[in-house]
Ligand binder design. Sequence first.
Ligand SMILES: Cc1cc2nc3c(=O)[nH]c(=O)nc-3n(C[C@H](O)[C@H](O)[C@H](O)COP(=O)(O)OP(=O)(O)OC[C@H]3O[C@@H](n4cnc5c(N)ncnc54)[C@H](O)[C@@H]3O)c2cc1C
Length: 324
Amino acid sequence: MSVLVFAESHEGAFKKAAFEAVSYAAQLGVKLGLPVTAVSIGNVDESKLKELGTYGANKVLFINNDKAKNATPQASASAIAHAAKTAAAKVVVISNTYTGKSIAPRVAVKLGAGIVSGVVSLPETNGGFKVKKTAYSGKAFAEVSINTETKVIALTPNSIPLTTVNANAEISAMDYTFDEKDFAVQTVEVKKASGKIPLTEAEIVVSGGRGMKGPENWGMIEELAGILGAATACSKPVADMDWRPHEEHVGQTGITIKPNLYIAAGISGAIQHLAGVSSSKVIVAINKDPEAPMFKIADYGIVGDVMEIFPKLINAAKDLKASH
Ligand SMILES: Cc1cc2nc3c(=O)[nH]c(=O)nc-3n(C[C@H](O)[C@H](O)[C@H](O)COP(=O)(O)OP(=O)(O)OC[C@H]3O[C@@H](n4cnc5c(N)ncnc54)[C@H](O)[C@@H]3O)c2cc1C
């Protein structure tokens, strides 16, 4: 028996979410007294596969071939379910990323397992298996019991700290042949926004709302984001008015993010906006209206005109960077 974890990779490297999932699986393994097997699908070289051992995987199974490199969610789910059956996994841990969201439910179906997505902490295992998950777009938590023999956990990225161990994992190729049926639908072309930090993976996000007045003022948002190594985001009306691309829109109808720092400039803080950002660890609000709802969930608030405050913030960030 074991805990199985899927280590998601992109272009030959693991994502931070993969290390979080392995850290989580390792802690769960200690709790359940079970070893941890990590599965990597894609062309990840051996030195990088070893990194999974640092985060607590006892064993790493990998599939490195062209099919694995272009694996669809269906194909990844089939391979993970196969590995779970072979390793007699009691629990399968998958990060609840974009990719993970389309893989985890498929794995659960293939294993006849109960699944909980959006999990934010280790389960309570005294007399059952109860996990805490986000609910209502991050505005509440729910505690859910999984009663099936095999369990699938889709872990919210950025919800647990990375933990390392002083150990090496046993690394071996997985004996698995993909089924052509799992490649019925394939990505033909990927067009990437170059040089930008992906919003869902950013540790810091600088975001602007209608209070920024127009797209001509986004230079300030981009400059601060550049200094801080942050991604940029916006409120829905800003994307609707074509001031910014829709992939930057955060909130109920946009992307849900959970960065360590969210800076909201000229954003009122409507409930639909908060649904996508309220799980951020630290929130800084800049708004000229002291009654703006954004201040109610902010950890730090600056009341004033964003046009005056932003240049000062940019200078302070430059000074901070220069002093490090
Ligand atoms: C079904 C539904 C789904 C929705 N989904 C989303 C969603 O996913 N994401 C989202 O963001 N919205 C969403 N909305 C819209 C949401 O209700 C708000 O209308 C929107 O979030 C407001 O955007 P805003 O804060 O940029 O603009 P506004 O509400 O116009 O607020 C602008 C803010 O800027 C401040 N301001 C103005 N000038 C300055 C200045 N010079 N300096 C400092 N501050 C200034 C103002 O005081 C104000 O607080 C949705 C709405 C509906 C009905």
